[in-house]
Design a protein around this ligand. Structure first.
Ligand SMILES: [Zn+2]
Length: 190
């Protein structure tokens, strides 16, 4: 199964992304091999196999933002640093610093816009700050990237409830319960 290429701004992020994904059976993926498709857009294909059921899946990443630009290959370091710092701020209750940090992490050019965990934390932060519209925007993106994570659907359901989307809230709660039933009790997200 191959989907639309996922925008990545660094090679390292491709592996972070795969580590955040689950197979339909709930298992995590092991990396098999990498190949470059010339495109357009230039695409990095990572073939993976589920460690639990053995099903194979290819992940395609759109690498046009850094392909051939050697100076940009290491730029995930900065994004990773920003992510860790933002988490520290979050734990310390420094909401504004945490918000700025996560926004930096998911910046479409400087960061990684498909960083599911950062989108999840940012959405959760906006729920805490009573900004449900923003929470909805980021949690919807997080759930889109990690559709098999019960925690994403749970927070998104809260955001739906607070933004006048009762039907959508119910849908996400149902999804959350189904996923928990399939995969067992929700594992700590992150
Ligand atoms: Zn599997």
């Amino acid at each position: 199964m191959v989907d639309t290429p996922i925008k990545a701004n660094s090679t390292r992020f491709e592996y972070i992304y795969i580590a955040s994904q689950r197979c339909e059976c709930g298992g995590r993926y092991a990396f098999l091999k990498q190949s470059l498709l010339t495109g357009p857009p230039p695409t990095d294909r990572l073939d993976c196999r589920c460690q639990q059921c053995g099903r194979e899946r290819a992940f395609d990443f759109d690498i046009s933002s850094f392909f051939g630009q050697l100076d940009k290959y290491g730029r995930f370091e900065e994004t990773d640093r920003a992510f860790r710092k933002a988490l520290e701020h979050l734990k310390a209750g420094k909401w504004t610093d945490a918000e700025q940090g996560f926004l930096r992490v998911i910046d479409p050019d400087e960061g990684e816009p498909n960083f599911g965990l950062a989108l999840f934390y940012l959405g959760g932060l906006y729920l805490n700050l009573n900004q449900p519209d923003r929470a909805y925007e980021y949690l919807a993106r997080a759930a889109d990237i990690q559709p098999l994570e019960p925690a994403c659907h749970q927070l998104l359901a809260f955001a739906c409830q607070s933004t006048g989307r009762p039907d959508e809230a119910r849908r996400h709660l149902t999804t959350m319960l189904k996923l928990e039933k399939r995969f067992g009790p929700a594992e700590e997200h992150g």
